[in-house]
Write a protein that binds this ligand. Structure first.
Ligand code: FES
Length: 123
């Protein structure tokens, strides 16, 4: 059901957990299954220096969070905001149709974390 990229990220997820000194954090829930994903970011010089994810979700959600963190590290805030749900699924080499909603959590949680960061910057 899952391709090798998804299985690799699911069984060996990168950047899991939560940054204790995060500059921004975002949490989203899936309206489809009720699962949750949280993304925390550390920003310096307008770039995502570090990122971690945590999810109460299925294997596809874990793989999506893991892939997202690899995609976003080192990107500027503007570049990070351009990462879409579809781009995460595509980077994973695609997901089975019933699992596409799981990959939607990752980019959405990242965007929430960036919003949180920007809100803090603006006081
Ligand atoms: Fe809920 Fe995949 S079934 S995140």
């Amino acid at each position: 059901m899952y391709n090798d990229i998804v299985i690799d990220h699911f069984t060996n997820p990168r950047n899991t957990g939560e940054l204790a000194d995060a500059d921004g954090s975002g949490k989203v829930g899936s309206p489809t299954c009720g699962d949750i994903m949280m993304v925390t970011i550390k920003v310096a010089d307008n770039r995502i220096q570090d990122v971690k994810f945590k999810t109460f979700g299925c294997g596809a959600a874990i793989a999506s969070g893991s892939m997202l963190t690899e995609m976003v590290k080192g990107k500027t805030i503007t570049e990070a905001l351009q990462i879409t749900d579809a781009m995460v699924a595509e980077a994973l080499g695609g997901l089975p149709e019933p699992k596409l909603h799981c990959s939607n959590l990752a980019a959405s949680a990242l965007h929430e974390a960036i919003k949180d960061y920007q809100a803090k910057q603006n006081g």
